[in-house]
Design a binder for this molecule. Structure first.
Ligand code: FAD
Length: 496
């Protein structure tokens, strides 16, 4: 399988790992250069005094996109990792005392919502079926292929999708659509939350984002056995098993371009040649640093960024049976919270708090009798705010809110603490301004404004990961790898 044809991937985030596997399966000899000493980028993990924490993502959908990487290389994914269905998916706590479980089975979820809020089951099921329809219309065009290649538009599935684009609900906001559809404000709030799955604002983002509940309820939400880091770990092990070479602690300095063609990379004062170069680094530093001598597509790079996150990783020396794996403690005023994040670029005094506890499923993640709390709020991307002050204030607000809603003081049980925030997200993963998902999807044209998966000016140069098409989040990063693999295969097939 050694063709002698070289491909270089810059960055070992999940998009970079998946692209490396795809190129290797096409016969390339693949080398991955990663600035950190470990793989995974945002999808990494760390240990703190007996507690294990997943550093970034916590919710896993579309497992078939991970499985596909193993199948491509003739391996059985179950020899590397496994996952179980999450049920309930999320436990919701509302300020009026309502507690509601989002069960995996849509009918059971709809029944629970009707029981707890009075909203009709039929309306919940109808929203989920509309969500399925949105997915069916969009996924061929917007998720699985390059939006920037003519042949995408010549395919039968694309033409069928284009004929139905008027059904995308792109001309009203997600909140407006949900408010017009549901009667109970708690149900509106629950469905508005899906805008945060790609770092957007439900009061601005188009109702097209109502596609997201389909992924959770119709396609399913999962828990990888051992925690979500198992995705990175298993794909990394697969990559090693199929002969991909990794260079950790090796920040790439620049992409070497000659006569309008990428011919390799410069790293540590040396040039390494390759026929194909793929950057998994956020597209803004890719241009500003790795391609600093080239003309940059300013319009694409100046798009508003997605929101970021402030996370308190708390080792708790107590178990909380009233909590599940994923828990949401809603704010009293969602609109005010988003106005603070998006317009004022600061933090609301009563934020919506998300607590993910992987030790509920994987007991080894915390010492006996304890739990590992990943406690997160949505925050603006970095815009030079006084983060130290904001973090201190947010910590007090979160402790006060969760203690009140659980009816017990939680602070005394915090045994260890670690904090991640927009500045450290940027310094650890290269993510410009600490945005979690690249550009925001608040604009109805966002899909078209993301950078393509290839360079229009420089031959043999490709881009994958959450800051380029089709967008952020694990499943979309994996789809970006699929698109890059397909483009490389069409444009530079390795002759066997
Ligand atoms: P990244 O993870 O961004 O990695 C890029 C890599 O490039 C890094 O390892 C970096 O070190 C490396 N790099 C940068 N510069 C260089 C250089 N010069 N040379 C070499 N290497 C370089 N997604 C979900 O699907 N579900 C969730 O629940 C979810 N929650 C999230 C919560 C948080 C707190 C965060 C931070 C993200 C979350 N996401 C979630 C988003 C998801 O983590 C990302 O979309 C995805 O992991 C990004 O992968 P990527 O391929 O773009 O690479």
């Amino acid at each position: 399988m050694d063709s002698g044809v070289q491909a270089i991937v810059i960055g070992a985030g999940i998009g970079g790992l998946a692209t490396a596997v795809r190129l290797r399966s096409q016969g390339y000899e693949v080398k991955v250069y990663e600035a950190n000493a470990y793989p995974g980028g945002k999808l990494s993990q760390f240990d703190l005094q007996g507690y294990r924490f997943d550093a970034g993502p916590s919710l896993f959908t579309l497992p078939e996109e991970v499985d596909a990487l193993f199948e491509l290389t003739g391996k059985n994914p179950r020899d590397y990792y496994s996952y179980e269905t999450l049920d309930p998916i999320t436990r919701y706590f509302f300020p009026d005392g309502t507690r509601l479980d989002a069960f995996a089975d849509p009918a059971r979820f709809a029944e629970e919502v009707e029981k707890k809020t009075g909203e009709s089951q039929d309306r919940i099921l109808s929203l989920l079926s509309k969500s399925r329809e949105l997915y069916d219309i969009t996924h061929h065009v917007f998720l699985e292929r390059s939006l920037h290649k003519l042949d995408t538009y010549l395919r039968k599935e694309t033409l069928q999708s284009i004929l139905q684009l008027h059904k995308l609900d792109a001309f009203r906001s997600m909140n407006r659509a949900n408010t017009q559809f549901f009667q109970d404000p708690r149900v509106v709030q629950l469905f508005n939350r899906y805008a945060t799955y790609n770092g957007s604002n439900p009061y601005e983002a188009p109702a097209t984002l109502n596609i997201i509940p389909h992924l959770e309820f119709n396609k399913g939400a999962y828990f990888p056995v051992g925690g979500i880091y198992q995705i990175t770990d298993s794909v990394y092990r697969l990559a090693q098993d199929i002969g991909i070479e990794f260079y950790f602690g090796t920040p790439v300095d620049r992409v070497v371009v000659e006569n309008g063609q990428a011919v390799g990379i410069a790293v540590g004062g040396q040039i390494h040649h390759a026929e194909v170069v793929v950057s998994n680094v956020d597209i803004v530093p890719t241009y500003r640093k790795l391609l600093r001598d080239q003309e940059a597509p300013e319009q694409t790079l100046n798009q508003p960024r997605s929101s970021s996150a402030l996370i308190f990783y708390w080792g708790m020396k107590k178990e909380f049976p009233e909590l599940d794996v994923h828990n949401i403690f809603f704010t009293e005023d969602y609109q005010a919270e988003f106005a603070h994040i998006w317009e004022k670029k600061n933090l609301y005094h009563d934020p919506t708090v998300y607590i993910h506890i992987s030790s509920k499923k994987h007991a080894a993640d915390a010492p006996a009798g304890g739990e590992n709390w990943f406690t997160m709020i949505n925050v603006p991307h970095d815009a030079g705010q006084d983060w130290d002050q904001m973090i201190e204030t947010a910590r007090i607000s979160i402790l006060k809110k969760v203690s009140k809603m659980l009816g017990k003081e939680i602070q005394p049980y915090i045994e260890v603490e670690h904090i991640l925030e927009p500045r450290t997200i940027q310094s650890r993963t290269g993510s410009f301004l600490g945005a979690l998902y690249g550009n925001s999807s608040n604009n109805r044209f966002a899909a078209f404004l993301r950078h393509p998966n290839f360079s229009r000016k420089i031959k043999n140069l490709y881009f994958c990961g959450g800051s380029v098409h089709p967008g952020g989040g694990i499943p979309l990063c994996l789809l970006s790898a699929r698109i890059v693999g397909d483009l490389v295969n069409q444009q530079h097939p390795v002759q066997a």
